[in-house]
Design a protein. Structure first.
Length: 271
């Protein structure tokens, strides 16, 4: 019996007892305390080692007139230029410089990611530390002397969530954007003008797994915060509050009629 058949046979025997691990199966890990001690200055990742090397006179790379320290950093870390990915959305600490016409470029190898934004003051870098996991850095593009800053506290405000198993890590998301690269909230009402698009000004995945977004509904001149519960490929509003404090949905129920909010699906074909 080959390996594939053996695995299939085991799954058949296990039957309903087999389940896929989910983010909620991993309780929040106290990564700020020993032995991980995530926010300590000590680090043993490739970027920390590179920072030590660049402090030695004669090893500091010259600035490229167009790309700053990006070429030297990719060479030092042996990251191929061909790994480039382009991100069009304003989902970065340098979001005001990002748009579909000026995207953020990502370069990566298995344990390091480098992000470049044209005209930006810093390169955004992540590296894997054997004890801390993913560590976040900024590499200055402006100073004559290379400066590498560790930025764990600023970055973990977004990079710790259910999507990263409640520890510092990378996030992979998909957004609908406008021509300027801003993330948008889109509703489909059907009819001759089906799409109602409004700008998302803030988004957060909460500890309980719900998704909170703040939306500027320009068509009705209202800014509202909506909290969604997610189940598989569907979502429903659990809470909806305006900037003035008016609540239209609470605990998944419409305030005006007491009915539960409907489930929403990504695909129109779903029922």
């Amino acid at each position: 019996m080959n390996m594939c058949r053996a695995t299939f046979a085991i799954l058949l025997l296990l039957g309903p007892s087999v389940r896929v691990l989910r983010a909620e199966d991993f309780p929040p890990l106290p990564y700020g305390a020993p032995p991980i001690d995530y926010f300590s200055d000590e680090a043993h990742d490739p970027i920390a080692e590179l920072a030590s090397r660049w402090e030695i006179p004669g090893t500091r790379p010259a600035l490229d007139p167009q790309f700053g320290r990006l070429p030297a950093l990719l060479r030092e870390l042996e990251i191929p230029v061909s790994s480039q990915l382009l991100v069009m959305s304003k989902t970065s600490v340098q979001q005001h410089r990002i748009s579909p016409s000026s995207p953020r470029a990502l370069y990566f190898r298995d344990d390091i990611t480098v992000a470049y934004v044209a005209g930006g003051p810093d390169l955004e870098v992540t590296a894997h530390d054997s004890r801390k996991g993913t560590v976040f850095y900024l590499v200055s593009q402006q100073d004559d002397v290379p400066r590498i800053f560790s930025q764990p506290r600023n970055c973990t405000s977004c990079h710790v969530s259910r999507l990263s198993l409640n520890v510092p890590g990378h996030l992979l998301k998909s957004f609908v954007t406008d021509p300027a690269g801003r993330a948008w909230h889109e509703r489909d009402f059907g009819g001759s003008s089906p799409n109602d698009r409004s700008e998302v000004t803030a988004a957060e995945i909460k500890a309980d797994g719900t998704i909170s977004i703040t939306v500027n509904f320009t068509s009705i001149n209202s800014v509202r915060t909506i909290v969604f519960a997610r189940e598989g490929n569907r979502m429903r509003a659990m809470f909806n509050r305006g900037a003035g404090g008016d609540v239209t949905v609470e605990n998944g129920v419409f305030k005006h009629n007491g009915r539960p909010t409907p489930w929403q699906h990504k695909c129109r074909e779903a029922s």
